[in-house]
Every structure is written in structure tokens, then in C-alpha cells.
Write a protein that binds this ligand. Sequence first.
Ligand code: ADP
Ligand code: MG
Length: 702
Amino acid sequence: MSKPVHQIGVDKLRGVGPQLGLKLKKLGLYTLQDLLFHLPLRYIDRTQITAIGGIQPMTEVVIEGEIRASDVVFGRRRSLVCKIQDHSGVATLRFFHFNRAQQERLKPGARLRCFGEARRGKSGLELYHPEYQHLDAANPASLEETLTPIYPATEGVTQGRIRDLCGQALARLNQESIQELLPTDLNRQQHKEIAYSLVEALRLLHNPPPGTALHLLAEGSHPAQQRLAAEELIAHNLSLLKLRQKVQQYPAPLLLEDQAARDTFLQQLSFELTGAQTRVAQEISADISTGTPMLRLVQGDVGSGKTVVAALAAVQAIANGKQVALMAPTEILAEQHRVNFEQWLRPLGIRTAYLTGKVKGKAREVQLQAIADGVAQMVIGTHALFQETVIFNDLGLSIIDEQHRFGVHQRLSLRNKGFSPEQPQLDGPAPHQLIMTATPIPRTLAMSAYADLDCSVIDELPPGRTPVETVVLSNLRRNDIIERVRVSCTTGRQAYWVCTLIEESDVLEAQAAEVTASELQLMLPELSIGLIHGRLKPREKLEIMSAFKSGEINLLVATTVIEVGVDVPNASLMIIENSERLGLSQLHQLRGRVGRGSQSSHCVLLYSPPISGNGSARLKIMRQTTDGFKIAEKDLELRGPGEVLGTRQTGDMQLHIADLQRDAYMLPQIKQLAESLLLNHPENVDPLIARWLGQAEIYAQA
Ligand code: ADP
Ligand code: MG
């Protein structure tokens, strides 16, 4: 039996002394298995000789021929220029660095084999500094038998050395020395992404035989690459499924439905729930009335009414004597939730506590005490709720709003708050978890990024909303737009004017907004104009928002701080400056601030010409649809999963080989395969996670 490659240190290889060993460790290459998973970035083809007459410019080629002329040329730089000829044509070799001995040997009549990139130069096709070797009958040079891999840059270790080490590792690679963790009964015919075995895939990728489709390798869509990508995605999926299992192995409180509390709550609302709200509320209610911790994600477009669904779940938990925490990503949102929840829950005799960074001193102590005593049954706040000093009293349900702003870590750390502060780890009873997001996530993507969560979708807007009408206009029409704001605001409506900047700088963005606000005030003296940006103190922001909500302010000039969740139904016009700079999901979030009341709403997307193709594609989508899911699909297409999920989540995923966008097509299969592994081969699950997530097994210590 051969020793497993993950147990053989790189120092066991020929030519690895202490110094090289250290360098390899710095690169994260400790074992032969690490080397085997250290895959080439690209490949070059030195397996065949190209006729000089058939060279395509900008390709790497091997050519053979005879030197016909060899001259030192004095131009801007001194160079040695040789003409090389075969039966089909002539090319130029150009050397900027050369010594006398080289010059001597590159004389007319010498026969060479050269390798390099051919470019179109002054005198036809040229190879700059090609690698070359002399050919003579006594010393026939053999061609490479496989494509030549180029490995990721490895500081202080040459390509030749890495190739040699990988070659040695490959020599020890067989079915026994590396564990095949995707067993054959997973049906390789049906799942073509795992058609290759692990050994086959690694062999091919380090040593592709001649004729291997280089373009597939370059795209990452060769079956050997797909096999590894699939395994990596399966490992990630499993780590989330394991996490789910781990949380759900402990009991959660039984939060039985309380019909009376529910009716009282619904009766005092000024509206009826939509069908979608009722359906999702029932899904949640069913989840929390079992003894297993709920892990549910609610997706719903902006304005679909997620808050009231969350409140209904809170009422059910509180009716069962438990405490509920609701966490929002910003002070503005937390404050808005506090106002709503107090209004909705007071008639039911439920007391709330409120905790954000701005609640300080004595007030903070009072809130902390109310939370710890259980006097407050409903706790609302920002991530301040994560802090050590917050001790919950019998927390039964935690709700996280707008979760795309929070990373997996934060999600977990609230989960870890659990019931007792002495047991802040995952191994203890967990509260039910409800996570709400207004950023619709395409289904396939949600499957992998949120494999630990069940998913509900509120796919219906409350009645009476008229879709926001969107126009795209050049900045040159700015004055017309200002006129339009005047008309709209003097007839009792309210408007947002959103300033954006490319630089991710609060300071600059705030300055730009200040300038715009004073400019608009000059042109619109009859309006009351407010200004809100990220540099204001939380208290100042809240004051401005409440003045806008009460109608005191007609026009609110804002930076993108108003993006999330702000709800002022009377605002029916939004102007977004430099809209071409924003991503689709951000535009969609912003636009979601209008169209919340019953009057028809408008959104004006201003852009400064000229506009890029991608920018104009985005604005076109915005004009065509208000459907958040369609917009998210398009965003995925245009900008990739990092933007759609938020960098935090994708950052957490740390993919080495897989690419969520390129490999999106296989995500449904991945889910199936991961579930089947967990069920039929549980013994493979931990090794898979260890192989791909290794030390970065983020979920363990989160
Ligand atoms: P989001 O899903 O974006 O968080 P909100 O929960 O803030 O949406 O709801 C948006 C607005 O719609 C709020 O003013 C809310 O009171 C109102 N609303 C929610 N559900 C309904 C409904 N079924 N009928 C009418 N208005 C509703
Ligand atoms: Mg909301």
C-alpha cells in the first residue's frame, strides 16, 4: 500500500533541502497533496513544431530552422537580430541581452529549435528572447510529450523546480495514495461534472496529454477542472449542511401558535396581509412550533412587507414566554423598526428594548437591565446586540434584517448567543433564526451560499402599489429635472435626490452631497431641503429622517446611506445622479424607496455621457423591470456572484478552483450530490471539508 500523499511531507522529495522546504511552506505547500492541488494557471504547447509560415501572431510556438543572417543592430537599444528559415518561411529572433559566445554560436548555418511568443514586428513575425537549443545530428532534441504547465508564481521557486516537484508527487499518485471522496455510486454517468476520478483529474491537469483542448483548460471548463470544482463546491455545501445539523441536533423551544395573540395583532394592522405574506408567516409558524431550531431565510423584494411577517413570528414567540431579538444593519433601520414594533406590539402589552451604538450611559444600562431581566420581551437594535455585555433572558427567536449586510460570521455569532452566556458555542440549545433579505438572490446561487437555510420567498407586493416608472436621462437635462422636482414638491409630494461618487470615501461623498444640497436650495428657494449622509451623527440622521417622514422636509438630498429599508410612503420621486456608476442591486435598493404609497412614482436615472456598454446595459434593465429577481439574475450575469451576494459572503467562501459564475450551471447537481453524500457516505464528509476548507474551516470557530 502506498502511503497517503497528505501524510508525506514535501521534504521527502528529491532536491528539497531545509531552505527550499521553508520556501514551500511559506507558499502553503506542506505535503505532496498540497503540491497536487497546486494547479497550473495555464499551459503552453511544446509538443509540436509549427511551420514558420503557419505561425499565428500572439501565440507561443516551437519552431525549427536554420539561421540565415545574424547581425548586431544599433537602434534605440543594441540588439542581436537573427533570421531563421524553414521550408515554409522566415521569422526574426531578437535578443537584447547576449554575450559574445552566444553571438558566435548564432551564426548563419546554425540549426535551432526555438520556443517563444510570436508577435508582429517591424520585419514580420518576431520572437523576442526565445528559449533555444542547437540541433545537430549527434544530439537530437526530443519534444515535450505533454503540454507544459505554468504554475502560479511562487516566489523564490522556479517553474522548473515546481514542475519537477509536482512530477515527483504525481509519480506517487494512485488510487491508494489519495482518497477518492466522491464514491463511484454517486453515478458518474448522470453527473457529468464528476465523470473524472480525482486521480485522473489531477494527472491530466498537471500533465495534459498532447491534443488536450487548451481552450477548455483556459476557460476552466475542462471535465478534469470541473471535477475538482465540483468537489470543492460539494465540500462547501457540506460544511453548511453540517453546520445546520450541528445547530439542529439541540432542541429549540416549542413556540406554539397562539391564535388569540395572532388575531389581536392582525386586527390592529391598517391593512390585510397579502397571500404571500400569509404563506410565509405560516411556514415560519410551522417551523418554530417544532422542537428543532428554525434556520430560515425570507427573501422578498423591497417593499414586499417582510417586517410585519417578522413581527408576527415575534408575537408567537413572546406569547410562548420567550424573548425575541431583531437586528438591523443600520441605526436608521433599527430606529424605524423600533417605531413600527412599538406601535404594533404595545396593544398586545409587549415591552420593547432598544440598543444601538448611540444608546449610551445610564440609558444603556437601563436597556441592558431590561434585556437581562426579561422585562423587555422584544429587543431591537443594531450589531450592538452582538456585544459581550448583552445578556439575553431566554432568547427564543432571533431575527436578522437585511442580512446581505452581515457575513456568515456575524450570522453565526448571533446564533451562538443562544440561551445561556456560559455556553456561547454552537454546542448548546439555539434560538430559532429568521433571516430577511431584500436582495433577491438567484435560486442557484442561494442554494450554495445559503445551503444551511430553508428559504421562503414573498413574491407579491401589497396591493395598490403602482410600479415605479423609470427614465434614463443625460446630465445635460439636469435643469429640466430640477423644474420637475419643483412642480412635484410644491403639490405636496416628496422627493429624494441621491448623490453618488466612485470613490469609496464617506468624506468626499458627503462633500458632494453638501454641494448639491446648497445648489438645489439656491434654485429651489421655496422648498425645504434636508441633507443626510454617512458623516452625520446617528442622532442627526434620525432627526432628519423623522423630519422627512413628517413632511417637514420636501426634498431630501442623500448619499447612498438611504439605500436600505427606509420607508416614507409619501415620497414618490427619486433622482439618482451618476446612476451609471452604481451596480444593479444598489440601484434597485435605492429605487425601492419610492413606489411605497398609492400615488404613481417616478425614478430618474441621470448619467454623465459618455457611458460604458456595461453601464448602459444596467440602466436599460432598470428601465425595463422593477422585478428584483430579474434584476438579480442580470446582475449575476453582468457582475458576478461577488456583487450579488455581497463580498462578505463570497469572501467567506474562499473558493480555490470553483467559480460561482462559471460553474453556476452545476449548482443544482452539487446540492443533490452533497445531500446524497451526507446520507450515504457520512464518513467522507469531514475529510472532504478538511481537504477543501482546511484551516479556514471558518464555520467551526465562528
Ligand atoms: P420590506 O419588505 O422592504 O422590509 P416593509 O416591511 O418595510 O417592506 O413594508 C413596506 C411598507 O408596506 C410598510 O409601510 C408596511 O407597513 C407596508 N405593508 C406591509 N404589508 C402590507 C400589506 N399587506 N398591505 C399594505 N401595506 C403593507
Ligand atoms: Mg425591510
